[in-house]
Design a protein. Sequence first.
Length: 446
Amino acid sequence: MSAPAAGLAAQGPAPAAAVLASAEHPPHRLDLAAAVDWALARNYAVRRAAARVDQTRGDARHARRLVPSNPLVTFRSARRKRPGEAATRDLSIQLAQEVWIGGQGRVMTRAADARTQAARGELDFLRATTAARTRAAYLRALVAAEGVRSAERAVAVAADLARYAARRLDAGKTTVQTVNTAEIARARAAAQHARAVRDARRAELDLLALLAADPELDLDLTGRLALPEAIEVPSQERLLNAAVQRRGDLAAAGARVAAARADLALSRRQLIPNLTVFGLYGEEEDFRIAGGGLQLRLPIGHRFGGERDAARARLREQTLARDARVLAVRGAVLRALADYRAARAAADAVGRAMLDRAEDNVRRLQTALAAGKVGAPAITAAQDNLLAVRRDYLDALGDLIDAAAALERATGGLIHAAPAAPDNEPQTTPDSAPRKAAADRPGDAR
């Protein structure tokens, strides 16, 4: 809300801390549905778009006025005096009212209503895209949190291997090269953990920005990470037609064309000037005078040629913008569809089964290392493979989330990825299977 200019000059801008303290914050525990609802209610871009709708509604209300302007009242008084006679006073009152001619009021109303429809279309599209972006940001934050947990697991395994290698070196059962290899593996795992923590923080900040919340706010995301279910995509032509019909920005583009067409009609009707009707009453000496008349501005010096040229150009511009938007939407839908199919195939290929096999290889090699059957390079190679598979798995999840969100935005919210599973629904996460292997770590073997 804006303050009076004097108050701003006296007090200066409000401190950022005070603004954040007065703002509403989302709940600490937040599921996916609540996050989307909060973003739709509090996101600044959505609220600005809603304010633009209210502004155009006000303009439309103004355009529906019955007359172009308020009545004009003129009062005149004059003193009349002839030589040698007593002075008298003349009085005159005139009431004038301008009225619409040539249907200009109806055309102005039509143009204002079209602009309101355009603002509503933009708001609807922005709400759909904000929901898609919030959904993607929430799921991305879950993926990033899973990345941190996976990195912690890798750090623990690498640390166990390094300690085990050091003990075997003290016992004279391995070489310095083996110890060095284990230490390198631990350092790489620690570096990956640091990057995972950074990525998780960035993902949380992206979500908080969409929620219009304090970036220092601590959120507890209650969703559980799982591979989103495959989206049932209709045929390409049906999807394109449905997207074109559903996209609010296309509806807004069409409404702007209608508004520009109404503006052109109004510029043509400006050659028909509005009529001013007036009535008057006056008193002069012993006479009382009453009458009325008409006033009309003659369109001679200014024939509104420039206004008509500008209106025709705006109509061409808005028509071209609408056609270009339709073409861009079709292209965006096809690109999003291709990206989603590719991301879905990659996520299915690099799925839970591959991650489980990589974890199983590490456990088996750890057991063999404890029995002296393999060296540290073998287990390090297996760990590298596990880290690569984990990274590919999480990247595939992230790509699938982004592709589904892009498809949701391109279709105007027609389809979207399945929400994350709730807390009370058991789900297998990428970090759940390896935890039972803690007893098989080299550090636990004696």
